[in-house]
Write a protein that binds this ligand. Structure first.
Ligand SMILES: Cc1cc2nc3c(=O)[nH]c(=O)nc-3n(C[C@H](O)[C@H](O)[C@H](O)COP(=O)(O)O)c2cc1C
Ligand code: SF4
Ligand code: SF4
Length: 272
């Protein structure tokens, strides 16, 4: 049986919703915790050896029905030692489709033993009109409860099998058109408005390092629309003025903009 003296979280979170869920989970465990935030370019590309006595949590947002690819690529550099692990997908109210299953496969291939999963909700990266302000206090209380129960119950928990992880086919009929439009956004980058004060925050938070820190008008055209520069701009100056982007926002709001989903979590324990 594993001895657990600490927690370790490996996560990716451009607009900070996955980060908030991860940190609430860690608080819930009550364990001293190490955070490996792989959001920014400088934090990626390193080997991460997880301590043998850590309860590990992997958390990342859902992009196009999968776990964001950048995070999956980084997991190939994470080395576990048979640690008990928790996987968490954070999504913007449409669905998580295959994302949790991606995380499960990633966790197993880095030598972890997932025994619990969670799906939590975050304000949508494309617009603040979907799940505005989520995760809210209730979401964070649930994430803490999840952490508390996971830390209390891991010793009697059982490693999950692949078929235990919920998921469904990616709903391409629904999101295919969005992918098409955003994939061909011209130019493929956001733009600062005249309210920009040239503070440089957008450059500092871009996970792809696309924005020139000395000139916020100078943005490389490889944007993944993670929303970090838009949401974290203190002047609300950064935005996507392209018509195609507005159409996708409107579609998302009308298709899945209302509050219908709920956070869920599951810990795989031995039957009493
Ligand atoms: C390119 C892209 C694709 C997305 N695809 C989905 C999706 O398939 N389903 C969904 O519910 N949310 C989707 N989202 C929304 C994010 O999963 C959600 O807003 C999440 O809370 C963002 O996490 P972060 O704040 O940690 O960056 C997508 C966001 C982006 C940027
Ligand atoms: S964060 Fe906003 S105000 Fe600051 S440089 Fe970027 S666009 Fe301008
Ligand atoms: S430029 Fe694109 S990739 Fe960079 S922070 Fe802004 S939305 Fe994200």
């Amino acid at each position: 049986m594993n001895v657990v003296n600490q927690a370790a979280a490996v996560f990716f979170s451009p607009s900070h919703t996955s980060r908030k869920i991860t940190q609430a989970f860690l608080r819930g465990t009550g364990l001293p915790a190490e955070e490996y935030d792989l959001t920014l370019p400088a934090a990626r590309g390193n080997l991460i050896s997880l301590p043998a006595d850590a309860l590990v949590v992997l958390c990342a947002p859902v992009y196009g029905g999968h776990t964001v690819r950048l995070f999956m690529n980084e997991l190939t550099r994470v080395h576990g030692q048979g640690n008990p692990a928790v996987i968490i997908s954070v999504y913007g109210n449409r669905h998580y489709d295959r994302a949790l299953q991606d995380l499960y496969a990633g966790a197993v291939s880095c030598g972890l033993k997932p025994f619990a999963w969670g799906t939590f909700l975050g304000e949508h990266s494309f617009t603040s009109e979907i799940l505005t302000g989520r995760p809210d206090a209730d979401d964070l209380a649930l994430a803490e409860q999840f952490g508390r129960q996971a830390a209390a119950g891991f010793s009697s928990a059982v490693t999950l099998k692949a078929e235990d992880i919920p998921g469904r086919d990616v709903d391409y009929a629904m999101i295919g058109m969005h992918g098409q439009r955003l994939g061909h956004l011209t130019p493929n980058r956001p733009f600062p408005s005249e309210n920009c004060t040239h503070c440089g925050i957008c450059a500092a938070v871009c996970p792809l390092g696309l924005i020139n820190p000395h000139d916020s008008n100078d943005i490389r055209e490889e944007c993944m629309k993670c929303g970090a520069c838009v949401k974290l701009c203190p002047e609300h100056a950064m935005r996507f003025p392209q018509e195609a982007f507005r159409i996708v926002q409107d579609d998302c709001i009308s298709e899945f903009g209302s509050d219908v989903n709920h956070p869920q979590f599951f810990i795989n324990s031995l039957p009493e």
